[in-house]
Design a protein around this ligand. Structure first.
Ligand code: IMP
Ligand code: ZN
Length: 352
């Protein structure tokens, strides 16, 4: 076998069929797509008072940290994507970008958003996104299949979180496969959502939670509360003590790890080679490398695989093991698991 056929290089990582389990819809919109939306808005209303994304989010800027990251959405991107055509256009573009990068299975998550000035309810928002996903999935030419997770924001009131659960339940048969807890880790008290997440679980929804992504959201109280909800997967899993790591392993909870996001946002100390992927990959829990917000951090999933391989010296066999293990933690049923297992079994790129 030639050297080229064993290395995990850019071409291999791009062609590799990939599973993306932690991607926020609005954070996955590319700057070019945001620019297209801005041009359209400007064309329709020349007085539209929002800065061009190519200026507001310079193409080489990826060093958003926890202080600058969340306002980027609340004070900028949400103002741009504020009508149904923009939401439809950007959702389609996000699916296309993942597919072009070789993603074959995507669980996209989004926070239901009401846009009062345009008469859009949270229900309208979710239905609009689901319609795009459904049209996408029914097009046989597409190699990517996409499903939706709805997010509760840490800043939500109990009533707002309950509304998210209602929407999850209402649209469960239309492509909503789970519920998430996300948002600024410095905000909120997760204990108020305990009954709400219990209701989601009782309704048969899968659950993923942003877990210990910052020191401020990694108190024993918070982590014990989140683990008591019996999540199926956890995102980030950064500031976690040994005793909680053991529980995650015992319960076989899948972990969604986002290398570039954690490095660029300085959520971990050090760089790629210091990332806790290095520890989790030696456990038996399913590990899903994920992008989190590819529109902001500009590292597509293929690049995440390449980075993991480079910094942790992964062979193609180890990459294969990683991908196959992630199948176990997806939120859809046996049909998708079977499809994904056969994609990996039949892929001719392992030795090409
Ligand atoms: P949306 O939910 O589709 O609107 O995607 C953007 C939203 O996802 C942001 O406003 C945040 O609330 C959330 N988000 C994106 N990345 C992160 C993260 O790394 N941690 C917590 N929340 C996040
Ligand atoms: Zn996230």
């Amino acid at each position: 076998m030639s050297a080229a056929a064993t290395s995990v290089d850019e071409r291999f990582a791009r062609c590799l069929p990939k599973i993306e389990l932690h991607a926020h819809l609005t954070g996955s919109i590319s700057r070019e797509c945001l620019h297209d939306i801005w041009e359209t808005q400007k064309g329709q209303a020349p007085a539209f008072d929002v800065e061009d994304p190519l200026i507001a989010i310079p193409s080489d800027k990826v060093d958003y940290d926890l202080e600058t990251f969340f306002p980027l959405f609340s004070s900028y991107i949400y103002k741009l994507c504020s009508d149904l055509p923009s939401i439809e256009y950007s959702t389609r573009a996000v699916l296309q970008d993942f597919q072009v990068d070789g993603v074959v299975y995507l669980e996209l998550r989004t926070t239901p958003r009401a846009i009062r000035e345009n008469g859009i309810t949270k229900d309208d928002y979710v239905r609009t996104v689901l319609n795009i996903l459904s049209a996408w999935n029914s097009n046989a030419a597409n190699t990517l299949r996409a499903y939706l997770i709805l997010s509760v924001d840490r800043r939500n009131t109990i009533a707002q979180a309950e509304e998210v659960v209602d929407l999850c339940i209402k649209y469960q048969s239309a492509g909503v496969v789970g519920i998430d807890l996300c948002g600024d880790p410095a905000k909120g008290d997760v204990r108020i959502f305990t009954d709400t997440f219990a209701r989601a679980k009782a309704a048969g929804l899968n659950m993923t939670l942003h877990f210990a992504e910052a020191k401020v959201s990694a108190s024993d109280m918070e982590l014990e509360t989140l683990l008591s909800w019996m999540p199926n997967r956890l995102g980030h899993v950064i500031h976690v003590k040994e005793e909680y790591c053991k529980i995650i392993e015992q319960e076989n909870i899948g972990v969604e790890l986002c290398l570039s996001c954690n490095v660029h946002a300085r959520m971990i100390t050090g760089t790629y080679s210091d990332h806790h992927f290095g520890t989790w990959r030696h456990t038996n829990v399913p590990v899903a490398l994920s992008t989190d917000d590819v529109g902001v951090f500009c590292s597509p999933l293929s690049n995440e695989y390449e980075l993991a391989a480079q910094h942790f010296d992964l062979s193609r066999t180890e990459i294969r093991k990683l991908c196959v293990s992630a199948i176990e933690s997806i939120f859809t049923g046996e049909d998708e698991k079977t499809r994904l297992r056969s994609i990996y079994a039949e892929w001719d790129g392992w030795t090409a």
